[in-house]
Design a protein around this ligand. Structure first.
Ligand code: F6P
Length: 345
């Protein structure tokens, strides 16, 4: 029997509670471990802010969005701080044997750093952006795609009624997975992703061709991280940074609305989906994946297999090293985008 800490870090994501429930059910009920939740990500580790996670306290949470233990973007290594010492002291004071960190590139990056310092950590891949390497899919992605697809479907009828161009901005900081999947599923006419800087003239020309061929409306799906090609002079991001030094995004749709309407004369409207994509109940697919990840993570701890992240490969849950997971972002693959492109215009 061991005492195991659990935290959720970074942006929240549908399925976090299903992971927690999976860890607790298998860990406490079947393996006899004690599971302690840290509140608000790494902040809870620093502040010894904990909550006991039992079958009772985690009952009825499978379908609930968000995270019952809270999350934050707290970075214990900010400004050169010794985050490892903070974590070590906290784990030893609370008599914890290991830690399960559920998070994306930043949280798992910290987990990888701790592993190199000998802290016993297992990671679980979370992000609606689906941009973590080492796993075919992250949980939360499927739900975000479904929400974005529903939005694109709804925008279709109003676009058609008003003969408008509709811009839909979805999340996706570095990778265009949500835009590409929701765009393909929703029949978008243009999809803009961070991996492919766009020329605004080409976007407008493509919309003009489409409208010249008799269509009266268009749907453009853009990742928040999509960028105009260099030299276009069009700026989208604000200068604001988060604790990990990421620029706060959101605004590409506004620029596209203005530029497309001015350059084509087509009446244009934009919708920024924002955090709607991260809220609410996870899809059945994400509940299942998150549950499997939770069970896989506690199994890794019980096996003493630290420094690993649970991952989906094909239909199997496997373990990969945290280094592999955070070494490089998983960007949209060309083949997938080429399929989406078949339906452009
Ligand atoms: O990393 C996931 C993500 O949803 C990104 O797509 C987005 O840029 C970011 O989180 C938003 O973060 P916050 O909730 O801190 O505004």
């Amino acid at each position: 029997m061991a005492r195991i800490g659990v935290l959720t870090g970074g942006g929240d994501c549908p399925g976090l509670n299903a992971v927690i429930r999976g860890i607790v059910r298998k860990g406490a009920l079947h393996q006899g471990h004690e599971i302690i939740g840290f509140r608000d990500g790494w902040a809870g580790v620093r502040d010894r802010n904990t909550v006991e996670l039992t079958s009772e306290t985690t009952a009825g949470i499978l379908h609930r969005g968000g995270t019952i233990i809270g999350t934050s973007r707290t970075n214990l290594f900010k400004d050169g701080a010794d985050g490892t010492a903070v974590v070590r002291d906290s784990l030893s004071e609370l008599e914890l044997d290991a830690l399960i960190a559920i998070g994306g590139e930043d949280t798992l990056g910290v987990a990888g750093k701790l592993t190199r310092e000998g802290v016993r950590v297992v990671g679980v891949p979370k992000t609606i952006d689906n941009d973590l390497s080492g796993t075919d899919v992250t949980f939360g992605f499927h739900t975000a795609v479904q929400i974005a697809t529903d939005a694109v479907d709804r925008l279709h009828s109003t676009a058609e009624s008003h003969s408008r161009v509709m811009i839909v901005e979805v999340m996706g900081r570095h990778a265009g997975w949500i835009a590409a999947y929701a765009g393909l599923a929703g029949g978008a006419d243009v999809i803009l992703v961070p991996e492919r800087p766009f020329q605004i003239d080409e976007v407008c020309a493509s919309l003009q061709r489409r409208h010249a061929s008799g269509r009266n409306f268009s749907i453009v799906v853009a990742s928040e991280g999509a960028e105009p090609a260099e030299g276009s002079g069009l700026v989208t991001a604000s200068g604001e940074l988060d604790a990990f030094g990421h620029v706060r995004l959101g605004g590409i749709a506004l620029m596209l609305e203005r530029e497309i309407e001015a350059r084509t004369g087509f009446e244009t409207r934009m919708t920024i989906l924002g955090h709607v994509q991260r809220g609410g109940s996870p899809t059945a697919y994400d509940r299942v994946l998150a549950t499997r990840f939770g069970v896989g993570a506690i199994d890794a701890v019980s096996d003493g297999d630290f420094g690993k992240m649970v991952a989906l490969r094909g239909t199997d849950i496997v373990r990969v090293t945290l280094e592999e997971a955070v070494g490089e972002l998983k960007l949209l693959d060309d083949e997938f985008f080429a399929t989406a492109e078949v339906f452009f215009g």
